[in-house]
Design a protein around this ligand. Sequence first.
Ligand SMILES: CC(C)(COP(=O)(O)OP(=O)(O)OC[C@H]1O[C@@H](n2cnc3c(N)ncnc32)[C@H](O)[C@@H]1OP(=O)(O)O)[C@@H](O)C(=O)NCCC(=O)NCCS
Length: 138
Amino acid sequence: MIVKKDTLTSEVFLELFSSVGWEPPCIDQVRTAFEHTLATFTAYDDGLPVGMVRLLGDGGMSFYIKDFAVIPGHQNKGVGTLLMNAVESFILNSIQPGWAVSLELISTKEAVTFYRGKGFEERPCKWDGPGMFKMIRR
Ligand SMILES: CC(C)(COP(=O)(O)OP(=O)(O)OC[C@H]1O[C@@H](n2cnc3c(N)ncnc32)[C@H](O)[C@@H]1OP(=O)(O)O)[C@@H](O)C(=O)NCCC(=O)NCCS
């Protein structure tokens, strides 16, 4: 298993995205999103893409995880962990000593335990409200 940075194509993105049962956006939307994506990480097993994650962010204060997906046949085998490690190493290497930055996401119901295990805290909590979300359609 190997994780590569910025090798994800729009076509492979759509394959992996659909493999976990999500309704995919159109390819033009994906291509536009990729132009503004900080980094993508793709896991390959014997050369075949089996998992991905996309990282958004401003490079200085805030980073955001999107489209974290491992194809069903490869789940629970450590692929997601490799991808998360790659994301965190990338962030650590791109920030200055002494900086603290946030890494945020909205979890699916199924992935809550996974993210908890990676050190993510849930919202709402005693001192903070929930994350909030809105779709804008044209
Ligand atoms: C959530 C997701 C990305 C995690 O990826 P994954 O490859 O399954 O993750 P891992 O295998 O590294 O870890 C999953 C579990 O398997 C366990 N595991 C890790 N390596 C393992 C191994 N070699 N053998 C058996 N189990 C293992 C981990 O302990 C972990 O347990 P936990 O969930 O209780 O923490 C993946 O399951 C997925 O794509 N789910 C569907 C889409 C989804 O919900 N994505 C989240 C979007 S927010």
